[in-house]
Each structure stands twice: as structure tokens, then as C-alpha cells.
Design a protein. Structure first.
Lengths: 325, 235, 277
């Protein structure tokens, strides 16, 4: 695990730095860097209020999704599990939409991530029930499709009733994710919630390792299986809920990253969680950088890039599983 | 070591009285649905009891903490699930979870006793069924628990591997472990188990494999060699 | 006697048939669009307005200058059915909009008055005069234009012009020819083109900070923050903006017409404030 983490740290820092220094205004990199540390003048405002939130959120959102994917795959012993496919991000998005467009977030900014986490918990709760029945690979994916479809429909419904004229057109933003114009306040709320979620997921590592042998064997090894389930469900809800509140629904990060990293962590679920967080941070930061470079007008959404990478990967994974079955 | 005192549960057990003693291999046999796996699950605290009690080392099951119970009973469930393709040694190391350590000596010893050292560094997905069974067995041994419950460990193994497995179980019993194993194969049971518990419809129907038992419980007649059950045919 | 009755009837019929809409004042006017609502409200007597479009009195958000004044007049979401419900003798529509509705009304033989789009002040004068003719409201139209000219003349001249950026939801800064002309009358210069706009006419918050105009007019409701688009002009980083920033509701500019001149006073006041610093 430490080797994987070390190998990922350098590229992540590199992309984060690039993301921080790239921007539409023509301030030099040294000016921005100086602005970050002393907070003085225009460079300081731009560095701290605009560049830092964007880069910081890319890292935070990516790590939330990567770690959640790794934990869900460990819990369900299913390489297709991830917050997007299982419907957790869609439900978090529904919560966030209700908070933003119906005035709750205006009353208190903390309510935006709070509602998103509640939404994520609702769908994670359904997953909890499914995992108790020992849902197979396809059952989990189908349930995720059903939950996602319902959440998306309800989101569209909510947006069509919202008074704000921009509501309906922002639907795409929620479904495809974006990091444009995020504020320091967005980052300040997301970071601790995601950190708490990831900590909870990491603490379930031992139990996830034991689950490799099945639930009954895990129980016989002294693992509180229900407790592990609860930790993964709550951890995923916290991390994914906070991430979705800030950035909208970004899919496939939690699918691709753990799968790519698994051979390098000895296939043990506990060792996969933190490296997946780092890998997710790298992927989202790089994707956001790509979005800004290719289309400075930012019609191209973050989630489009991750979906263009992830959906073909998803196909390939399904075919591989069918061949192995 | 483990005493079942008139144990009943909602699905599967109907007033079962039995004991698993140290130093011997107890074979649990019975037709499908007789309650064999349920008995093990009751001992592990996985099955809520409707009546009766389970005592382990003379202490009621409910008085055991989960951690202490994990160090006392090693369980090898049916099916041999090992979901991720871990290296064999890492899989065996999972057996140390109740002790919260990665005691390399214990792991190596377990691999040795299970006759799995030769492929300890290979990935479990590359192993044959027999080799995997030995690795999973090593995992159960790695805990160093005084009780070993093995549920259908011989399923899907070829005859040679089956016999080897039964010999391993006997060696464990000889070291003082209370070994209990559920088996479908009456031939294996009668040749390798020191004691037999015959379950039928959730209760103990017999503690031997006599002709009468076989006829009443299984509806078969055994051909015998050296007094043990060999192949069988329908009556 | 029969023959004489026939001639009188014919003469009467010809008199009636020769009255085209516009010569005789319409009695039941339906307007189908915000920008025609604004004209209809000002030119047609209230008792002759059968219905306006829902945008005339919509509160979420407020887009019309007559939202309070027109309260009580029936409003419709325009479709063939809702328009016909009011049995109009004249339907006022914007030229080029709602082709399906145009076709439906044509096949039902309902009279439609098409209002052309105005992109300059001269266009506004022409369109207002034309509507005055067609709606039999020449006096009112002339009064509106006189009022407009008075407001335009009143504007103070600031030299050099105040470098101004109008910033809307989503960071949108696209200003049309008319708005730029009205800004110029009030002594403001629109600098959006030099702020690095994207191809969607949005300007990133960063550019506003790095290259600040003298005056930043935040268009919209200072309190409305119920969408991601609204959050952009409310971005906390703008608190560090070095020039004068002010919220203003620029509703008169949403539809081109004589009322648009109301914005000049707003612009002038903001320009003076910016210069006074």
C-alpha cells in the first residue's frame, strides 16, 4: 500500500499545482503563489478565493469518490460497485437540488451538504438492505439503475417546480458535475466531511479484508459484520454526499480507480482505500484541468470527461466478468 | 469443548443434544436439510436460538465476547469463498485477525500443517481446487483455535484430496483440537471420524452408522468393508 | 321598396367590411409575450386589454416593469387555446416568435399584429409610432416618445466615460446595441469586450479582479441565491473588487421600447457614484 501511495503522490501534486497555476487572468505563477501565502492584493484574492477552492475541491471530490468506490467494492465483493452506478451520487444530487433551489441553502450554507448527505444516506440505506440479502453482481447494478433513474426523475421534477428560471438548465450541471466558480466556503464544508467519511471507510478496512472469505467466515473471525456494513454505508454517504453537494454528480471515478489500483495493493480491500482516494484525487484534478484547457468557456462538464473514460471501462469490465463466469 | 443442550432454532434445529470433544474428530451427517450447517451456526452465535443453550468450555455462549469466541473457534464454511485473488499467504494471514497480529511463524506453521507451503506465494486464482482447499484450511489453522468446525470441506475434491484432507483433520485432533466436520460422504465419515452424529429433520437420530441407522435415516443399504461403510445402493 | 332596402344593406355591409383593424380601435386585445405586454399596457386602455402574457405579472422572477401596475389583468401562458379563450379581436405577437401559434391563429382567421424587434433608439421610435397607428392610440404613442426623449436628454455627461461592466447571473455580460447606446448617453463605457469574454459572453470572476472596471453593475436581485447561476455575481471573491460595485434591477432593458430610457437615470446615478470615489 505504501508503494502505491508514494507512486501516486508525485503526479497528484504535479496536477494539483498545474490546476492551481492555470487560470483565465494573466497573473504570473509566482504572483499567484505569493498571493496564496500572504493573501495580499488581487493575487491574494484570486489565489485564495478562486484558485484554491477549485483545486482543493478537485482533490477532495476525487478522493471522496475513489475511497467510496474502493469501500463499496470491498463490501459487496463486486468490482462493479461504485457511488455512481449504485445510485448514491444521484440521490445526493437530489438532496442538494432541494437545498439549493428551494431556499434552504440561502438560509444556511451548511444545509447544502447536509441535504446531499441525507440523500446519499437514503440510497446507501437501500444498499445496506440489499447487502444483507447477499445481492449478486447483477442484482446490485440493476438496483443502482433503478435508484438512479428514480432520483434523476425526482431531480428533474424538483427543478421544474423551482421558481428560479435557471433551474431547469442547471439540471445538466447536477448530472454531469462541474467545479466552476466554487467558493472557499464550498471547500470549507466539503473537506472535513469528506475527511470524516474517508476515515470511517478506512476504519472498516479490517472487516473488509475478512469479508473476502464471506460473511459467515468474517463473523467467525470476530468481525462485527453489521458494524462494517454500517461504517461503509455512513462513510460513503458522508464522503459522496459532501462531494456531490460541491460538484454535482461525477460518475465512474469510484469504478475505474480502485480497479486499476487493485493489483498494486495485493488485492486486499483494506489496502485499497487510501490509495484509491489519492488516485481519485489525481483523476478528477487531471479531468478538471482538461476541461479548462479544451474549453475555456466551460460548456464541457467535468463528468463528461470522467464518463468518457469510465463508461468504456465499465463495458470492458462487464465483458471480462462474463468471460470469467 | 462445545455442548449443545436441547438446542432448538426456528429453521433447522429441534431439540438437539450433542457434544464436540477435544482430541477427536466428530462427523456430522444427515440428509439434505437435516440441520448440519445450522448446528455450526448455532455454535458461532449466527443462529438465534428458540430454546436450549450452547456451552463452550463450560461457559454459556452468550457470556462469550465476539473476540474471545473468534480466538476459540475456527470456522471453515461451505463453498470455499475467497473473493479476491489474494496471494495464498495473505489469505492465510486473515486467520490471524482475531489476534490482531501477522505472526509470520504461526502463518508458516499453518501452511506447513496444511501441506500448502509449496504454493504459498502464488495467487489463489491460479490454484487448483485441491490446493485452494488446503490454503483455506491453513487459514483456519492459522488462528490456533482449540475448536475447528469444518462445513463440507470435502465437497468438490477428488478422492485423493478428500482422503488427504481427512488425514489432516485427524492430525489436528491428535494435537488436542476439538474437530467437528459435516460430511455428505458416509464412507469418509465412517472411515475417518471417531464419533458420528446423525441428524434427521433437526434432531439427533443416532450416534452411529449402523445398518439400522442407514436404513431409517437415509433409506439405503451399505456395503461394508472392514466394518466401515463403502459404496451404497438404493434398497 | 325591396330594392332600396337591398342597397342600404349593401352600403352598410361595405362600411363594416372596410373597417380594418387599426382604423377601428380593437376592443379585446390579447398580448402573447412580455415585450408586447409592455407596449399593449401603455397604449391600449385597460378595459380593452383582454389578457397579457404571464410574464407581465410574474414574481419569480420579476421581469416586467409593470408587474405591480398590471395586477388584476388576466394573464395567459400563450397557446392557441388560451388565446382563443379570451375571444380576441386582435392578438399582438412578436414577429418571428411562436410560429405554431401564428399558424393556428391564421387558420382561425383571428387578426394578428406582429411587432418587429427594435435594436436601436430609432427603431424604437419607428415601432412605437407604428403601434400607435395600428392600435388607434396615436396620442399615447407620441406622449411615450416625448417622455423617452426627455429622459435621454437629461443625462449628465461624464468625461472620460466611466469604464463599466454589467455582470449578470452565470457571469453573463452580453450587452446589446441598445443597452450600450443607453449606457453611452449616461456617460458609461461598456468594457465587456476587453475583459476576456468566453464565446458564451461570460467573463470569469478572476478577470474582473485582475483587470477591474471602474463600475461593476451586478444585475438582478441582491438576495436571490437559489441557483448556481445566481451564485456567480454573489461570489465572495468580488468583495475584494477594487472599483464601485452596485446591484441594480435593469428590468427596463429586458425589452426594447420607450420605457428602456428609464435605465439611463439608473446608469447616470451609478456612474456619478463611481466617479465620486
Amino acid at each position: 500500500m505504501t508503494r502505491a501511495i508514494v507512486a501516486l503522490v508525485l503526479p497528484t501534486v504535479a496536477f494539483a499545482a498545474l490546476s492551481f497555476f492555470v487560470g483565465p487572468s494573466h497573473l504570473s505563477a509566482s504572483a499567484i503563489l505569493g498571493g496564496l501565502f500572504d493573501g495580499q492584493g488581487i493575487a491574494g484574492t484570486i489565489a485564495r478565493e478562486i484558485r484554491l477552492p477549485r483545486t482543493g475541491l478537485a482533490l477532495v471530490v476525487g478522493s471522496a469518490l475513489g475511497a467510496s468506490g474502493a469501500a463499496l467494492q470491498g463490501l459487496f465483493r463486486n468490482p462493479l460497485a461504485e457511488p455512481g452506478i449504485t445510485g448514491v451520487t444521484s440521490c445526493a444530487g437530489l438532496g442538494a437540488v432541494l437545498a439549493l433551489y428551494f431556499g434552504f441553502a440561502a438560509a444556511s450554507p451548511a444545509l447544502l451538504p447536509a441535504f446531499a448527505i441525507l440523500g446519499a444516506l437514503a440510497s446507501a440505506g437501500l444498499l445496506y438492505l440489499l447487502s444483507r440479502q447477499g445481492a449478486g453482481v447483477m442484482a446490485l447494478v440493476l438496483a443502482g439503475v433503478a435508484i438512479s433513474s428514480l432520483a434523476t426523475a425526482l431531480t428533474a421534477l424538483a427543478l421544474s417546480f423551482a421558481h428560479n428560471p435557471y433551474a431547469m438548465s442547471e439540471m445538466v450541471l447536477w448530472m454531469m458535475g462541474a467545479l466552476k466558480d466554487r467558493t472557499l466556503s464550498d471547500l470549507a464544508f466539503a473537506a472535513p466531511l469528506v475527511a470524516a467519511g474517508i476515515a470511517l471507510l478506512a476504519s472498516a478496512g479490517r472487516g473488509l479484508d475478512a469479508l473476502t472469505l464471506g460473511e459467515e467466515a468474517a463473523h467467525s473471525l470476530g468481525v462485527d459484520v453489521a458494524g462494517v456494513r454500517m461504517r461503509v454505508v455512513v462513510g460513503v454517504a458522508l464522503a459522496t454526499g459532501a462531494a456531490t453537494a460541491a460538484a454535482g454528480a461525477v460518475s465512474f471515478v469510484g469504478l475505474v480507480v480502485p480497479h486499476l489500483l487493485r493489483p498494486f495493493t495485493g488485492y486486499q480491500p483494506a489496502r485499497l482505500i487510501l490509495p484509491s482516494a489519492l488516485g481519485g484525487a489525481l483523476l478528477v484534478t487531471a479531468s478538471d484541468l482538461l476541461v479548462r484547457t479544451v474549453d475555456p468557456g466551460e460548456q464541457l462538464r467535468l463528468g463528461v470527461v470522467t464518463a468518457l473514460l469510465g463508461a468504456p471501462f465499465f463495458f470492458w469490465l462487464i465483458l471480462k466478468l462474463r468471460r470469467e463466469a | 469443548m462445545i455442548v449443545f443442550d436441547n438446542v432448538s432454532a426456528a429453521y433447522g434445529l429441534n431439540g438437539v443434544g450433542a457434544r464436540f470433544e477435544a482430541g477427536i474428530v466428530t462427523g456430522i451427517v444427515g440428509p439434505n436439510g437435516a440441520g448440519k450447517t445450522s448446528l455450526f451456526r448455532a455454535a458461532l452465535g449466527l443462529l438465534p436460538l428458540a430454546g436450549g443453550a450452547v456451552r463452550i468450555r463450560d461457559r454459556a455462549l452468550k457470556d462469550w465476547s465476539r473476540e474471545a469466541l473468534a480466538r476459540t473457534i475456527a470456522y471453515l464454511p461451505q463453498g470455499g469463498e475467497a473473493h479476491w485473488p489474494l496471494p495464498a499467504r495473505a489469505l492465510v494471514a486473515l486467520g490471524r485477525l482475531p489476534h490482531r497480529d501477522r505472526d509470520a511463524k504461526a502463518i508458516d506453521a499453518a501452511l506447513e500443517r496444511a501441506d500448502a507451503t509449496a504454493f504459498a506465494d502464488r495467487s489463489t486464482s491460479e490454484l487448483s481446487a485441491g490446493e485452494r482447499a488446503r490454503v483455506l484450511f491453513a487459514r483456519a489453522l492459522a488462528t490456533g483455535a482449540p475448536v475447528l468446525l469444518a462445513d463440507e470441506p470435502a465437497a468438490y475434491l477428488d478422492p485423493a484430496h478428500q482422503l488427504r484432507l481427512m488425514r489432516l483433520l485427524k492430525e489436528e485432533a491428535a494435537r488436542g483440537t476439538a474437530v467437528a466436520v459435516t460430511l455428505h460422504d458416509l464412507s469418509l465419515a465412517s472411515r475417518h471420524c471417531d464419533r458420528a452424529i446423525v441428524l434427521h429433520e433437526g434432531r439427533v437420530a443416532a450416534s452411529d452408522l449402523s445398518d439400522r441407522t442407514l436404513a431409517q435415516v437415509f433409506g439405503i443399504e451399505a456395503l461394508r468393508s472392514e466394518g466401515t461403510v463403502v459404496p451404497w445402493r438404493l434398497i | 321598396m325591396q330594392g332600396a332596402h337591398g342597397w342600404v344593406a349593401l352600403a352598410l355591409a361595405m362600411l363594416i367590411l372596410s373597417s380594418a383593424p387599426g382604423v377601428c380601435a380593437p376592443k379585446r386585445v390579447v398580448s402573447t409575450f412580455l415585450c408586447t405586454d409592455e407596449y399593449v399596457w401603455r397604449l391600449v386602455p385597460r378595459e380593452h386589454i383582454a389578457a397579457l402574457s404571464f410574464e407581465a405579472t410574474d414574481r419569480h422572477p420579476v421581469v416586467s416593469t409593470i408587474a405591480d401596475a398590471a395586477a388584476g389583468i388576466p394573464t395567459i401562458r400563450p397557446s392557441a387555446e388560451t388565446v382563443m379563450n379570451h375571444d380576441p379581436d386582435l392578438v399582438v405577437m412578436y414577429a418571428g416568435t411562436m410560429p405554431a401559434l401564428h399558424a393556428a391563429l391564421a387558420s382561425a382567421h383571428v387578426a394578428v399584429l406582429d411587432v418587429p424587434w427594435a435594436s436601436t433608439l430609432d427603431d424604437v421610435r419607428r415601432v412605437t409610432a407604428m403601434l400607435g397607428e395600428k392600435l388607434d392610440a396615436r396620442a399615447r404613442a407620441a406622449a411615450l416618445l416625448a417622455e423617452m426623449d426627455a429622459k435621454l436628454a437629461h443625462a449628465p455627461k461624464l468625461t472620460p466615460p466611466v469604464r463599466t461592466l454589467i455582470y449578470e447571473a452565470n457571469g453573463y455580460t452580453g450587452t446589446g446595441a441598445m443597452t450600450t447606446a443607453l449606457m453611452a448617453r449616461a456617460g458609461l463605457e461598456d468594457v465587456a469586450a476587453g475583459m476576456g469574454p468566453t464565446r458564451l459572453d461570460t467573463v470569469p470572476v478572476e478577470n474582473i479582479l485582475a483587470n477591474p472596471p471602474e463600475l461593476l453593475i451586478l444585475s438582478g436581485d441582491a438576495r436571490a441565491v437559489s441557483s448556481r447561476a445566481d451564485l456567480v455575481p454573489h461570489h465572495p471573491a468580488l468583495a475584494a473588487f477594487k472599483g464601485t460595485a452596485a446591484w441594480a434591477k435593469l428590468t427596463p432593458l429586458l425589452c426594447p421600447g420607450p420605457w428602456s430610457a428609464d435605465a439611463v437615470a439608473t446608469f447616470a446615478a451609478l456612474g456619478a457614484k463611481a466617479r465620486a470615489r
